[in-house]
Design a protein around this ligand. Structure first.
Ligand code: HEC
Ligand code: HEC
Length: 186
């Protein structure tokens, strides 16, 4: 794909928050290596208020404001651009032995069937890659799904599936599974 000058400039805008060295401060997730269709869908959902509009979702609100400045073509091209970038290795959690054990059991029992046994994602099921995401981000998304900040739209079947899954999880289970994935699925 041809990356035009205008798009390169816009990707720099995104990297102000999404670049590896600033992600911990901004809480913006890694986009590199994620499925382009998934990224584009999320941008459209931020624009439509289906994500990032809940009162408690401060980080989602930040991203929604930025998504609303993008044209449809920019959203599509930026999704493609980031999906093609190499992921940077992330180990974003130092779980306790008990959390690792609980997180591993939960992941294998309740997540791997959709997200893949290495959390690499599953295109057919529209389940995104989780392996390169930060544990604090994972934890926040699971909580948003569970508490109705994400995955509520009638037309959003993948989101609704995920929301249904998240409602089975307690706070400490969310913490454990996010820590297990963030530690690289050891
Ligand atoms: C001011 C900081 C900031 C900037 C600039 C920014 N983002 Fe974000 N972005 C975030 C945060 C924070 C989140 C996490 C929101 C949440 O917790 O739901 C996010 C989430 C996302 C997601 C969802 C990813 C997923 O795994 O679901 C996409 C896609 C995204 N951003 C794309 C972009 C693009 C494209 C740009 C440039 C046009 C951009 N962002 C610019 C802060 C930013
Ligand atoms: C029935 C299939 C299914 C199962 C089981 C499932 N997920 Fe998901 N998950 C999805 C789909 C589909 C999406 C994409 C939702 C969307 O498009 O907004 C998703 C999205 C997510 C996201 C958001 C990622 C991002 O980049 O923002 C996280 C985090 C997540 N799942 C974690 C988990 C965990 C942890 C488990 C196990 C406790 C799990 N999922 C079980 C299908 C599933």
């Amino acid at each position: 794909m041809q990356i035009t000058h205008a798009i390169a400039v816009t990707a720099d805008t995104c990297n102000a928050c999404h670049a590896p060295e600033v992600r911990q401060a901004t809480q913006a997730p890694q986009l590199a290596g994620q499925d382009p269709g998934y990224l584009q869908k999320q941008l459209l959902h931020f624009q439509a208020g289906e994500r990032g509009s809940a009162a408690a979702d401060v980080y989602g609100q930040q991203m929604a404001a930025i998504a609303k400045t993008l044209s449809a073509a920019e959203a599509e091209q930026l999704a493609m651009h980031f999906s093609q970038q190499p992921t940077t290795a992330t180990k974003t959690a130092e779980p306790t032995a008990a959390q690792l054990d609980q997180g591993r059991r939960l992941y294998i029992g309740s997540c791997g069937a959709c997200h893949g046994n290495q959390a690499q994602g599953n295109l057919q099921l529209k389940a995104p890659m989780l392996a390169a995401l930060e544990s604090s981000y994972l934890q926040r998304q699971l909580t948003q799904f569970r508490d109705g900040g994400r995955g509520t739209s009638a037309t959003d079947k993948p989101g609704r599936q995920m929301a249904m899954m998240s409602r089975q999880l307690t706070d400490s289970e969310i913490q454990a599974v996010a820590a297990y994935i963030g530690a690289g699925l050891p």
